[in-house]
Design a protein around this ligand. Sequence first.
Ligand code: COA
Length: 572
Amino acid sequence: MEKSDLVIRVAGEGGEGIISTGDFISAACARAGLEIYTFKTFPAEIKGGYAMYQVRISANHIHNQGDTFDVFCAFNGEAYELNRHLLTPGTAFVYDGPGGDFEPDLPDGVSAYPIPMSATAKKLGEKRAKNMVALGALSHLFNINEETLIRVLSDKFGKKGEKVLAKNLEAFELGKGFAQALEKKDSWRVADAKEPKDVIIISGNEAVGLGAILGRLDFFSAYPITPATEVAKYVSEHIPKLGGTLIQAEDEIASISQVVGASYAGKRSMTATSGPGLALMSEMIGMSFMSETPALIVDVQRGGPSTGLPTKHEQSDLFLAIHGAHGDAPRIVLSVENVKDCVEMTAEALNLAEKYQTPVILLSDGSLAFSTQTIPTPKADQFEIIQRKRWDGDGEYRRYALTEDLISPMADPGTPGAMHIATGLEHGETGAPRYTPENHETMHRKRIHKIQPLVDEYRPAERDGVEGQATVGIIAWGSTIGVVREAIERLTAAGQKVKALYPKLLWPMPVAQYEAFAAECDQILVPEVNFQGQLSHFLRAETSLKPIPYTICGGLPFTPAMIVAKVEEISK
Ligand code: COA
């Protein structure tokens, strides 16, 4: 199948400017009207360790970062060793040489381009400019828009002083010159610029922040944690414009407590964290559940448990998201597929917290957090704002009145006539503590059943693939969905009878949708980036499905080729 996209991977040591190089390539291509989808992985350390940046570029829509690269640029021997198995005939290889720390041994058919990156940067007296020597060469060899590259690198490095900028611009020109002296041996090139579209280039974390702002967030409190911190950074830059407040709390317990408190005071409130933080928040999530106080918690999943793999990808917080709290405290759990969802579903999650007066957990993940994608520019008027049910001032105020929809009227503290107790203790309709067995049953039923209508109200899980009976049905969640979409395209193009279901509301569980989907499939495959097969576990527990778990947990996402191979394996 003719490739309609180009995948460029840049790798080397953290601190060598790998991420900047990739960001510049992404910006140049996106500003040329092309679609980009980036993936990056780097070590927990600030300096040292293997850092990698991959950008997929296409004139068409792209759902994931691709299987492997077409062009690979290695800054050092470690990057070469970690990727040499992917240097297959037809790929192009740009590497640091002569004067680098390794000499590649390449199979026939790989187009090799030695560029003296380190040696040149050393001669320039600016070692960090090594990456700009590489960028100048990449720009010439693969038709990456030079003018835009110069503009974005000038924007970033200009802030570091004229001298640093001048050295980097010189390094770029030298790198370009080295490339011009080489014979172009491959046909890889970035598609020519198209007319620019009305898009923005944004990372998953920034998109969560944008969604919160468009969802009229009033209050945000968080404690910095990789890979979620950029959400708070983005919100801090924009929430003051809405008259809102952001606090960097002393820890995650304080941040969730401030969120529940601000929400109780009438504010649309949220936090963003990662697995370790979500674990610390579980008691206060129980408080939000028990006191029926709206709260949005965004969990940007990382390799766990404990400190785990802070900068690596995983989808392993589903058990915690759905059940994390003592006692019975089921809450709403949603998961995003891509950067566009990060915007739209964060605003949606704020609405659901307000509507159902309960904690809502929105699951993102490490690969999405740092993934930069082009998305249509969101328009503020496309975002409906749902307000919480408020007391109308009539009659006696009962904060936990047993209403028909089990959702009771809230009243901001200090509202005349609405004095009440909001407590984590079990309580009656007025909020006053009550310990009778009957009351606990009744109030539990209220808190747990009030979110059930969401199963029918929430948009049905999207389907993909063939109509009618399928040999294999795939159920995917989170950013794995984007990988499965491409796998389905390839499998159906090859005549395989496969289909897929992409749930985004994970709890309360849309059981009927899973049952209906499974009835059309001979077998069900559930690919997840966690060890235990966490969604498979819930499917076995809550439905009649007997899914085949397909789990990986190496800190990296699936690739379409992996899904295709697995489906072909179980189809035999
Ligand atoms: N000239 C001058 N400065 C340059 C340069 C050049 N040619 N190329 C890069 N730089 C600067 C960048 O601007 C950046 O500095 P800044 O942060 O002040 O902007 C710095 O060098 C690093 O470059 P960058 O391209 O951003 O990253 P990298 O590829 O060198 O990798 C990281 C460094 C990303 C691995 C490291 O900074 C990091 O963030 N590590 C992870 C930390 C973490 O999250 N740990 C988890 C804790 S639980």
